[in-house]
Design a protein around this ligand. Structure first.
Ligand code: PFF
Ligand code: NA
Length: 471
């Protein structure tokens, strides 16, 4: 019976389009903005290695689980979970998983849109020649002045959110399919150019060393810059939790974004193969971004642990110095905006699809409602870098942005992923998952089922226990 479900929202026109859309969701600010700065804050190589293990052992099996659940339910994650609860005679509490994802999505989009707005502003800053010949100091000051001015950051956040709402309102298939087809390859190419430029800097070896030679001492210490700009490190289980959280964040897992895209996937496409392509593309983009950024950091005597401003304080130095830098720089930020845009769309699609299904709203009204709420929540992040950056606005030493980022990436996404793994591995029948993966009783299927039943959930629990100091 479940084979006959079809989505009221339409379907991707081919399996290649599903892959492109999912790559569009996965590749975004997480790869180019977040991966480098958290790698810088957590000591480099060892952190990267742990992140890669999380991708392989947790990310891949859970992505397959999310896609297969979505394709079986063929509705928004909330209704998909309700439908599968019936099919599999599961406890009704499992429907909460869909709800949790929608709420997590609001929190993520709220700050994602603000950083997307930064990228948008940098398109214009670069095009206007702000960075031509600028020193590392000047580039740093430009960044601090920019995020320090709430009105303009607010304006860019608003523009980015409206852009997201417009595409979602038009339906994902209409606006998105065409865009991702050539933008993702272009971004990849531009990253290669940046890496080639980074090779010409004296510090290329040092950058690679930082990224790829693991120093496990460092991953047990978390480093931040204090008010005076000096690096302070303390022993904690946090870096491993951050690596795990980032594996979920970067692959768009644990909140229903990949699930809702799976619900539009043609029935005959292979989930396992699509997942591998998506994961490889996402990982390649992150590693290339790191290979471009760290040589610039070291060549200019900057701090790898500079935080969320890292790419905005490093890449412009390169664009200011390299041949045709103004052109390449502008193009780079344009592509970064597109990458962020195609991710943001997938973050609100679960909520929009649900409003359309259950409340009879059109896509336009649904997008406006969801976008407005996320925009409003985003004010907290806008002000985290200026009006509310002071200590009296902080909780546990974290600004609102830090809190939202920490809560979503490091707690809510891994929790969501944990329950998705349990649902696919323990609650759904063997016959259902085997059907949907079209793998028969192959080795591949057995390996997947073993990972999703035991390894992935167990690793998530171990990392959580380590983070709170139990082990
Ligand atoms: N994967 C996106 C990135 O790396 O930028 C961010 C993201 C998209 C997170 C969709 C969560 C999500 F549901
Ligand atoms: Na990503």
């Amino acid at each position: 019976m479940s084979e006959q479900r079809s989505s009221i929202h339409g379907q991707w026109s081919s399996r290649l389009i599903f892959i492109l859309a999912a790559v569009g969701s996965a590749v975004g600010l997480g790869n180019i903005w977040k991966f480098p700065y958290i790698t810088g804050e957590n000591g480099g190589g060892a952190f990267v290695l742990i992140y890669l293990c999380c991708i392989a052992l947790i990310g891949i099996p859970i992505m397959m689980a999310e896609v297969l659940i979505g394709r079986r339910g063929r509705q928004s994650p909330i209704n998909t979970m309700r439908a599968l609860v019936k099919d599999e005679a599961a406890h009704p509490a499992w429907s909460l998983l869909g709800w949790g994802g929608v709420i997590t999505g609001f929190f993520i989009l709220s700050y994602y849109s603000v950083i997307g707005g930064w990228a948008l502003a940098y398109v214009f800053h670069t095009a206007a020649g702000f960075f031509s010949g600028a020193s590392a100091d000047q580039v740093g000051t430009l960044f601090k002045d920019f995020v320090g001015a709430p009105e303009s950051v607010l304006a860019w956040h608003t523009i980015f959110m409206v852009m997201t709402m417009v595409v979602v309102a038009r339906g994902v298939q209409g606006g998105l399919e065409k865009a991702v087809t050539f933008l993702m390859p272009a971004l990849f190419l531009l990253l290669l150019i940046l890496v080639a430029y980074a090779m010409t800097l004296g510090a290329f070896g040092k950058g690679l060393d930082f990224l790829f030679s693991p120093d496990f001492g460092k991953v047990f210490y978390h480093c931040e810059l204090d008010a005076a700009g000096a690096e302070v490190c303390r022993f904690s289980g946090e870096p491993i939790l951050i690596a795990l959280g980032h594996a979920f964040f970067t692959l768009s897992l644990g909140m229903g974004a990949i699930m809702v895209y799976g619900s539009y996937m043609p029935g005959d496409a292979s989930i396992g193969r699509a997942t591998l392509v998506i994961v490889i593309a996402d990982t390649a983009v992150a590693l290339l971004a790191g290979m471009a950024i760290f040589p610039i950091v070291f060549a200019n005597g900057l701090q790898p642990a500079a935080g969320p401003g890292l790419i905005f304080q490093t890449l412009p130095i390169a664009f200011g110095a390299m041949p045709f830098g103004q052109f390449f720089g502008t193009l780079f930020f344009v592509l970064l905006v597109f990458a962020a845009w195609s991710s943001a769309i997938s973050i609100i699609e679960p909520a929009v699809a649900w409003l359309v299904e259950n409340h009879g709203l059109g896509r336009i009204s649904a997008s406006v409602v969801v976008g407005f709420l996320a925009w409003f929540l985003g004010l907290g992040t806008v002000f985290s870098f200026n009006l509310m950056s002071g200590e009296k606005f902080q909780l546990f030493g974290k600004t609102i942005f830090d809190l939202f980022d920490y809560l979503t990436a490091n707690i809510l996404l891994p929790l969501g992923g944990f329950f998705i793994a349990i649902f696919a591995g323990w609650i759904m029948s063997r016959a259902s998952t085997r059907d949907e993966l079209q793998a028969g009783e192959s080795i591949g299927y057995r390996v997947w089922r073993f990972l999703v039943r035991y390894i992935s959930p167990l690793l998530v629990v171990i990392v959580f226990l380590h983070a709170i100091g139990v082990i």
